[in-house]
Design a protein around this ligand. Sequence first.
Ligand SMILES: CC(C)(COP(=O)(O)OP(=O)(O)OC[C@H]1O[C@@H](n2cnc3c(N)ncnc32)[C@H](O)[C@@H]1OP(=O)(O)O)[C@@H](O)C(=O)NCCC(=O)NCCS
Length: 228
Amino acid sequence: MFNLMREDIRTVKERDPAATSTLNVVVNYPGLHALWAHRVDHWLWAHGRRGLARWSSQVARFFTGVEIHPGATIGRRFFIDHGMGVVVGETTIIHDDVTVYQGVTLGGTGKEKGKRHPTLEDHVVVGVGSTVLGDITIGRGSKVGGGAVVIRNVPPNCTVVGIPGRVVVREGQRVETVDLHHEDLPDPVVEMFRQLQRRIDVLEARVLQDEAAISERSGKELPAEDEA
Ligand SMILES: CC(C)(COP(=O)(O)OP(=O)(O)OC[C@H]1O[C@@H](n2cnc3c(N)ncnc32)[C@H](O)[C@@H]1OP(=O)(O)O)[C@@H](O)C(=O)NCCC(=O)NCCS
């Protein structure tokens, strides 16, 4: 157990440049306290002491601002930075070396039963204030941008941003997306008038051309008529 705690402290120092000393980490990191409390709660949950586990997780929430359901499965070197407002649902599975920031929700959509919370594979990073909903998988090494709402599976090594979350980087390459500038959305009525105007211009030019040809022809033909 102490080896695990030492590893947790090392993880914080590695991932947060502000973590200067072991004492600083042990005293000032609510995400770490929440993780340690969860280990105890999860043990209680797994050994049938579910009521006590739930109560204990609520006590931890009161002190840390992080609500982790005791049923959630969390791997090694999990790092919750800042912590406040993080919610981890009952059937969430978090693999190793995952990082989440404040305000992250790993929740259910409210429509599913059984496994209804996300699975985060190794080395996933979930940015500040983002929401991952449902029994979906965020693939190994993927990043969820701050403020995103992700409701579909994300393949490994991707960056997903926005609402709803869309992949913008895959395996280090930018993914082309449709670029709709809101200030530049096409207006079908204006476009129809433009087309009509173009058509009128063409017809007008043709009429003028025809008139010129007729007057030219009639100018030449007139003397002929006179001669006749
Ligand atoms: C998503 C993130 C991880 C960057 O990942 P990345 O793979 O390096 O992606 P890039 O920076 O190359 O950005 C890719 C595109 O997504 C956009 N983007 C990046 N983060 C975004 C976000 N949170 N929301 C919306 N769009 C975002 C970029 O503008 C870029 O768009 P462009 O191609 O039109 O220029 C990072 O921007 C982020 O959100 N990190 C969260 C960190 C955090 O929570 N910190 C809290 C500290 S307290």
